[in-house]
Design a binder for this molecule. Structure first.
Ligand SMILES: Nc1ncnc2c1ncn2[C@@H]1O[C@H](COP(=O)(O)OP(=O)(O)OP(=O)(O)O)[C@@H](O)[C@H]1O
Length: 262
C-alpha cells in the first residue's frame, strides 16, 4: 500500500547472555522522513542499527521493510532490499582509493556480470565506465572528487566520514542509517554535513534514520525523534515534544536542555 510506512519495527529485541540490549522496540519511518534516534551511552542505538541491517537477528519481534519481513536476512540482502548504513567507527577500505571505495558499493548494482569482467567482454568496459561516472557523481556531491585517486586512509577525518556516506548512497538505498555521522567533526564541518544530509535526502528521495549525540543538531533537522534508554523506548515525538518530555529530561537531556529553554 502506498501509505504504508517504509520501515516498521514491531516489538523487536535482542538478548546477549543475560543482557537485554534492546527490548520491545517499536519504530516507524515513512517515505521521505528524517528521524532521529537518541539515548545515553549503552542505550542500544547501535544495536538497533545492527538489528535493522541483519548483523544481528532479533530474538523477538519483526522488522518489515516496504511491507516485507527482513529480519533474519543477512546484511548483504538487507542492503539489496534498500537499506544502507554508515558506522560509528568509520569502516572504509583504507588501502583503496577514494573512488574505488565508492565503486565497491556500486558494484553489486552494476549491470555487467562477473563472467563478463573475467572474460573482459565489451560489456565489462562499458559497465566499468558507467560505474566510474556514477562514482564521480557521488564524489562531486560530497566535494571529494579532487581526492579521487588518494588512498582513503590519507583523507582527513571529516572527509572520511563524508566518503562513508557517499559509499552508502552508492548502493542506491531507500533508507539510509547514519550512526553518529558528525562524531569528531568541528562545528563548521558538522553544519556543512547537516546541510548535505538534507540535500541528499531530497535529491535521492531518501528516508533517513540518524543516531546523533549533538542535541541541537538532532532537534534542528529531524521531524520526529525516538529516545532509547537501557534498551527500551522511553519516548517518541516531535523535537518539541521530546524537549519537554520530563522522562527524557531526567534520563538524558538533563539540565542542559532545561536551561536552554528556561
Ligand atoms: N555483541 C554484543 N555482545 C554483548 N553485549 C553487547 C553486544 N553489542 C552490544 N552489547 C551491549 O548492549 C548494550 C547496548 O550497546 P549499544 O552499542 O547498542 O549502545 P549505544 O546506544 O549505541 O551506545 P553508544 O552511544 O555508547 O554508542 C551495551 O550494554 C553493550 O555493551
Amino acid at each position: 500500500m502506498v501509505n504504508d510506512p517504509l520501515l516498521q519495527v514491531k516489538g523487536v529485541g535482542i538478548q546477549f547472555g543475560g543482557l537485554k540490549a534492546v527490548s520491545n522496540f517499536n519504530l516507524k519511518i515513512n517515505q521521505g522522513e528524517l528521524i532521529g534516534l537518541i539515548g545515553p551511552n549503552g542505550a542500544g542505538k547501535t544495536t538497533s542499527f545492527n538489528l535493522l541491517t541483519g548483523v544481528y537477528a532479533p530474538t523477538e519481534g519483526e522488522i518489515l521493510f516496504d511491507g516485507k519481513r527482513i529480519n533474519g536476512l543477512p546484511p548483504f540482502k538487507v542492503t539489496q532490499r534498500g537499506i544502507s548504513r554508515t558506522f560509528q567507527n568509520i569502516r572504509l577500505f583504507n588501502e583503496l582509493s577514494v573512488i574505488d571505495n565508492v565503486k565497491v558499493a556500486y558494484h553489486s548494482l552494476a549491470k555487467h556480470s562477473v563472467l563478463s569482467s573475467i572474460l573482459r567482454l565489451p560489456s565489462h568496459f562499458s559497465g566499468e565506465k558507467e560505474m566510474e561516472k556514477k562514482a564521480m557523481e557521488f564524489l562531486k556531491i560530497f566535494e571529494l572528487d579532487k581526492y579521487k585517486d588518494e588512498d582513503a586512509k590519507n583523507l582527513p577525518y571529516g572527509k572520511q566520514r563524508r566518503l562513508e556516506i557517499a559509499r552508502a548512497l552508492a548502493a542506491a538505498p531507500r533508507l539510509l542509517l547514519l550512526d553518529e555521522p558528525a562524531a569528531g567533526m568541528n562545528p563548521q564541518e558538522t553544519k556543512d554535513l547537516m546541510e548535505l544530509i538534507a540535500f541528499v535526502r531530497k535529491e535521492f528521495n531518501l528516508s533517513i534514520l540518524l543516531i546523533e549525540h549533538d542535541m541541537n543538531l538532532v532537534m534542528g533537522i529531524c521531524e520526529r525523534i525516538y529516545v532509547l534508554d537501557h534498551g527500551v523506548l522511553l519516548a517518541e515525538g516531535t523535537p518539541e515534544e521530546i524537549r519537554n518530555n520530563p522522562k527524557v529530561i531526567e534520563a538524558y537531556l538533563g539540565e542542559e536542555v532545561h536551561d536552554e529553554h528556561a
